[in-house]
Ligand binder design. Structure first.
Ligand code: FES
Length: 131
């Protein structure tokens, strides 16, 4: 088991197969990295709700929580690629694209959207034990 610390959190798998990334109430102005098995997502507060992207830069895998998030873009600190959050397009190198994920809120948890289902593997009560 991976312990949560600061801006790095561990996702939980819900009984219905959804991956719960973060509690809504835990979403602040700081970007959070959420990990689960081999996956990593960056979760930020957007103007219209949570914004979830892949957690590592598609260029050379720098953690995007260290990037500069401002409104509609995130700029990776390692080499300066800047991504448009709405489309994932890279503004300074069209070879790269940032994956963004839709979300759905289930019982107060920000979950990955329905187009990315994950097979059920854990009972629902695990979620109630979240810190
Ligand atoms: S690792 Fe992000 S721009 Fe190179």
């Amino acid at each position: 088991m991976v312990a949560d610390s600061g801006r790095i959190r561990t996702a939980q798998l819900l009984a219905d197969g959804r991956l719960a990334l973060l509690r809504e109430e835990d979403l602040t102005d700081e970007v959070v990295m959420v990990i689960y098995k081999n996956g990593a997502w960056a979760v930020a507060r957007g103007a219209d709700g949570p914004v979830v992207t892949e957690g590592l830069c598609p260029h050379a895998k720098a953690p995007l929580i260290e990037g500069e998030w401002s409104g509609s873009t995130v700029t990776c600190r390692r080499h300066g690629l800047r991504f448009e959050l709405a489309t994932g397009a890279c503004q300074n190198n069209p070879r790269y694209r940032l994956r963004r994920f839709s979300t759905i809120v289930v019982n107060g948890y920000i979950c990955l959207g329905p187009e990315r289902p994950i097979a059920p593997a854990a009972p629902m009560e695990e979620v109630s034990r979240w810190p």
